[in-house]
Design a protein around this ligand. Structure first.
Ligand code: HPA
Length: 279
């Protein structure tokens, strides 16, 4: 278990490095998952940091992301784009995984968008769908807030009634009209790296999940704890195990993510702009 003071020292070390090298208030941030690779390249960067140069940031292992933190201006507000994230299944301490989200909180962000690839359980979903997450179920048995509370960020027992901001979901619904059919769902977080068994998917479905995936929830919990509004989107890359007969493969996930990428990114540029105008 990471010691509380050590964790704070780490967060401050990363935060100080960024503040020394980029001295601006940051309004929003987006953590890119599958299908959003290269999103940062559609903006003029104000500053770019490789994760390897920021103290305590973990370099992402999954291909398709550069492992960079890019600051851009969207509707006159500074926005941080995190291209790539570490996953729990890679074996890191959960507190280290969420360190970038904590650091973003110290930079002043009000709003965090998170994207991921997920398996679809809901019968109304097809591969290629983009689904706004309306709630989550944490099935991992771990939680990034376990350990002594970081009172500087938020309370010991944070309310989780509305992790995924309903106003911003309504905004997403409005903006999506131009890009795709809007859908919402409940995301169940499994550790991975195995895809789920059909029985696990059936269990997730029974308890109310529409999507299964291996990310996003730790960052969302930590952002909510820090008083940051969260919006999250899953790109459905496959039907979850047992929902369709075919076995799952990472190649399939990548293929569908690539196909949907343009629509997802066009929507996100518009959504990010509208969010920045609203905050
Ligand atoms: N399960 C978990 N994670 C995933 C899936 C899935 O079916 N598809 C893409 N990421």
């Amino acid at each position: 278990m990471t010691d509380r003071n050590k964790m704070l020292d780490k967060i401050n070390e990363s935060s100080n490095y960024l503040k020394e090298n980029f001295n601006s208030e940051v309004s929003s941030a987006i953590i890119l998952g599958s299908g959003m690779g290269g999103f940062e390249n559609s903006f003029d960067p104000i500053a770019t940091f490789d994760y390897s140069e920021i103290p305590n940031f973990i370099k992402p292992a999954v291909q398709g992301h550069s492992g960079t933190l890019t600051f851009v201006e969207v509707e006159d507000k500074i926005t941080a784009i995190l291209s790539g994230r570490a996953h729990y299944y890679e074996g890191y301490d959960i507190h280290d995984l969420v360190l970038p989200t904590r650091v973003l909180a110290t930079l002043g962000i009000k709003n965090l968008i998170v994207t991921n690839a997920a398996g679809g359980i809901n019968a109304n979903y097809s591969p290629g769908d983009i689904v706004a997450i309306k709630d989550h179920i944490n099935l991992t048995g771990n939680n990034p807030l376990i350990g002594k509370n970081l009172d500087e960020f938020g309370p010991r027992f944070p309310d989780m009634t509305e992790v995924y901001n309903s106003k911003f979901r309504a905004l997403a619904k409005e903006i999506s009209k131009e890009y795709f059919e809007y859908k919402e769902g409940v995301y169940a977080w499994f550790t991975g790296p195995t895809y789920e068994t059909p029985s696990e998917v059936n269990f997730a479905k029974t308890i109310g999940a529409d999507l299964v995936g291996m990310s996003t929830v730790p960052e969302a919990i930590v952002a909510k704890h820090s008083g940051i509004d969260v919006t999250a989107f899953s790109l459905v890359t496959n039907l979850a195990a047992g929902i369709s007969d075919s076995p799952l493969s990472h190649e399939e996930v990548i293929e569908i993510a690539d196909k949907t990428s343009k629509t997802f990114q066009n929507f996100m540029r518009s959504f990010l702009g509208q969010i920045n105008l609203a905050i």
